[in-house]
Write a protein that binds this ligand. Structure first.
Ligand code: SF4
Length: 484
């Protein structure tokens, strides 16, 4: 199934189209109505939430600081338990490894559990190009696979679709009678997917956490499809970003409290599959072979910089997407990346190149809502500013300075004038005089329309919000008067 979709390079255009889509806005209303409220209630049941966040962050910091050692320990213990570890420098290598493993089983179809790493490396496209049919088994992923689309949310891939659209899709692609009964729709998916599970020789999944101490992988889910993908098939292939490793089994206690609460507002997901190697006896449940594909794909680059390193602490809960006023308006597809929202705006340029995603670090008002909700305390606004400065200064090998001459001159003048108290005071007096022509009812904005006429770039800034007028007296002036 071929998929055509927006790219990060055209974010501006994608966002404008999304803003004009009333059906998308209807679908996105679920975010605020369900996830945000459910999350708030769930974290109240977790005891000291701030303490949990601190602990999670320090575990991640410690792991990332010594990632090489923990990866070595994970590999050693996973292999001891019967897993086979593969290393992939980039997405292409990871796909080749997976294809080789699938071909070795003579399989022409694989069942797949939801995996962001799989989306990141475009595994479905690689499988299809090799004549192997990938069957998504997560309900949301299956729906968007039927629709020929990409996920629009890290946790809820089909959040952009209304019930009506899904019902129409089932009529068209599965051939059932039209119904908006959710039970009938899910039972239909269940019936079709159960058949595919029974036929599959190979199952492919992602990994939520890999425990260095035991070589165990943990995968969380709510539908039971991952359990079937990883236990009914003879060969299980797990694609795992190298940052997913954590030091100890006991550390899972922290992350199992944080991730479901933050992601879906649950105290615990319905299923937690802890997989350590392969089955020992023929009668045991589980695969004969477990292959773990360790994916770098730009992560070492992020690790090397002390600021961007924290991007790798992300546990893909999706809370920052739900909290983001930009994401709430435009949804995920506008970002043109498998990783949308605030964390997507941070990691997409780092994984795929600044030149391919230059507009994403600007897709934020820097309100800080993402930082507030992040269970591992990633400072997303600081990372966005860092990427903006790289783009503006052209300070990376692949980014060229994007400053326009006029903008550059304006900022240099601004810096000179406002860094000296005399010229600063003069500029404020001049602004007080000038605002008489552009202010209405104590505000400068669209209401007057004059700003757009006089200084077009500033007019664009105030098109959707008002700027306050300069106060009649500055603090310094009031201070001087009082002293007198
Ligand atoms: S950045 Fe934080 S809030 Fe956003 S998905 Fe990652 S862990 Fe969740």
């Amino acid at each position: 199934m071929s998929t055509t979709h927006a790219t990060s390079e055209t974010f501006d255009r994608n966002a404008r189209a999304a803003l004009a889509d009333p059906v998308l806005h209807g679908a996105l209303r679920n975010l605020a109505d369900s996830f945000v409220v459910r999350r708030r209630n769930a974290i109240a049941s977790a005891g000291d939430w701030e303490d949990l966040r601190e602990r999670a962050r320090s575990i991640k910091d410690e792991t990332l600081l010594h990632l090489d050692e923990y990866l070595e320990r994970f590999t050693e213990n996973a292999e001891k338990a019967g897993s086979t570890i593969h290393w992939a420098r980039d997405g292409k290598e990871a796909c080749e490894i997976v294809l080789g493993l699938v071909r070795a089983q003579n399989a022409n179809m694989v069942v797949k559990a939801k995996s962001m790493a799989g989306e990141e490396i475009h595994l479905n496209e690689a499988l299809e190009a090799a004549g192997i049919e990938p069957v998504e088994t997560d309900l949301g992923e299956w729906i968007i696979q039927l629709a020929g689309e990409t996920p629009s949310h890290i946790v809820v891939p089909a959040i952009h679709k209304t019930k009506q659209q899904i019902a129409d899709l089932f009529v068209e692609k599965v051939g059932i009678e039209k119904t908006d009964n959710v039970d009938v729709l899910t039972q239909t998916a269940r019936r079709i997917l159960r058949q595919r599970f029974a036929e599959a020789q190979v199952g492919i999944s992602g990994v939520n956490f890999g425990v260095a101490e035991t070589g165990t992988i943990l995968i969380l889910e709510n539908e039971g499809n991952i359990r079937l993908t990883t236990s009914l098939t003879k060969t299980h292939i797990a694609v795992m970003g190298i940052e997913k490793v954590i030091p100890k089994f006991a550390d899972l206690d922290v992350f199992l409290k944080l991730l479901p609460r933050s992601g879906t507002g649950q105290r615990l997901t319905a299923y937690q599959s802890l997989i350590t190697g392969v089955k020992n006896n023929a009668d045991d449940i589980g695969p004969d072979e477990l292959h773990i594909v360790m994916l770098d794909n730009g992560r070492s680059r992020m690790l090397a910089h002390p600021l961007t390193r924290q991007s790798l602490a992300c546990i893909r809960c999706g809370a920052c997407l739900n909290a983001c006023p930009v994401y709430q308006q435009i949804g995920g597809h506008a970002y043109g990346s498998v990783y949308p929202g605030p964390i997507g705006a941070v990691i997409t340029p780092q994984l795929f190149g600044l030149s391919k995603a230059k507009q994403l670090p600007y897709a934020s008002s820097l309100c800080g809502a993402c930082r507030e909700v992040c269970p591992v305390k990633i400072d997303i606004p600081a990372l966005l500013l860092h990427l903006r400065s790289e783009i503006a200064e052209g300070s990376t090998r692949e980014s060229q300075p994007t400053r326009k001459l006029g903008e550059s001159i304006a900022f240099r003048m601004y810096s000179r004038i406002w860094s000296r108290s005399g010229t600063y005071a003069l500029s404020i007096r001049a602004a007080r005089l000038a605002q008489r022509f552009v202010a209405r009812n104590g505000k400068i904005g669209k209401v007057s329309g004059m700003l757009a006429l006089l200084v077009p770039p500033l007019g664009a800034w105030t098109e959707r919000r008002d700027a306050p007028v300069v106060a009649p007296k500055s603090f310094r002036e009031m201070w001087r008067e009082k002293k007198k």
